[in-house]
Design a protein around this ligand. Sequence first.
Ligand SMILES: Cc1cc2nc3c(=O)[nH]c(=O)nc-3n(C[C@H](O)[C@H](O)[C@H](O)COP(=O)(O)OP(=O)(O)OC[C@H]3O[C@@H](n4cnc5c(N)ncnc54)[C@H](O)[C@@H]3O)c2cc1C
Length: 351
Amino acid sequence: MKIAICGCGWSGAILSNMLTEYGRVDVYELNKQPITVCACGVPLSFLRHLTKKLGFNPEEYVLWKSNRIILDFGTIDITIPVRNLCTFDKEKLMKDLVQASDANFSFGKKASTELKNRYDLVVDATGKRALLGPLPNDKILQAFQVKARFKELPYPDFYMNFSDPSSGGYLWMFPISDKLAYVGCGGYSGSYIFHRVQRFIKRFKGRVLERRAKSSRVNSPIESMPFFKGNIVGVGTSIGTISRLGEGNALSAKSAEFLAEHLNNLKEYSRKVLAEFRWLSNDYSFFEAYEKKLKSKLIYFGTKIWKIYKRRFDIRVTLSEFLSFIYGTLRWAFYSFRYGAELGVKSRKFK
Ligand SMILES: Cc1cc2nc3c(=O)[nH]c(=O)nc-3n(C[C@H](O)[C@H](O)[C@H](O)COP(=O)(O)OP(=O)(O)OC[C@H]3O[C@@H](n4cnc5c(N)ncnc54)[C@H](O)[C@@H]3O)c2cc1C
């Protein structure tokens, strides 16, 4: 079998190590080398599973093991204890994956649908359906991110700021060491996210080491059908394996695993992806309710996705933490209702 993988981003690099047992594999990548624009936050158990499966030592890639996420809503901030979250060296892992693969790599080459005539199977791992073709409801968000050095990290652990629901995204700071962090922002407007990141860096006196921008497709799998057309099949973000918060590494890697397992049965592959990521529909509905400030939907979908995130990131909240959270939320709701959200109050920490 002759296989072409189009895109040597995250899913393409993983697949280049999984598909060679089926025959000849050629990989085409637009960039001159594997490049990543990512904050690199993933569940630790996922990183261990993937690296072990591909024959690498997980500990070589872990940069920061997290024990909490600080969620800042502007008028309330909540600290959630987590036990299964880390940042990892994605660029190194991708380069190691390319080096370890038996596939043939062509960097600096743009792939097009013309390849379908020369290969038995063409994998669209471009993240944006460059070969499968865009869909009418495709939602594209802008992201801007810097790697920055601080004298001391502005926040002690993972930090996410959701104070502006209508922006379509949020600002994040994910630590990669006790002085280095990725600071980024996603949203509808490129200039807005750029200035939000700049303000954060200026406020905390950070030194920018690297700047990267990228537009990303954020649609759930159900909104990304069909997953294959003739002999072209999608994987990763091309078929919606990304949450509305932009978490796509673990999910895209899972879709790559499914494709490698069901390469000869693409219908079964589609079924597997849809079943595994059914929960993403709730995730997208939750974020839509947040953006439009629809309180009852927010609670409904929030309860549904809480269970998923609780399991994935191993969130273990004690009774006193839970009561403290309820107290803080009620206090915030009371003051916001009475005096307007702008006034607000910071709750007690969820910890
Ligand atoms: C700023 C930012 C921060 C993020 N942070 C996180 C995070 O903390 N945790 C997390 O889990 N996820 C995060 N993500 C999401 C994650 O990076 C993606 O979900 C993941 O990389 C998707 O992998 P992919 O293989 O589908 O696409 P990509 O990794 O985007 O790979 C696509 C590749 O295809 C290439 N390509 C495109 N068109 C062509 C063409 N015509 N021919 C040849 N090559 C082509 C591109 O150059 C690229 O290398 C983040 C994303 C962004 C933008």
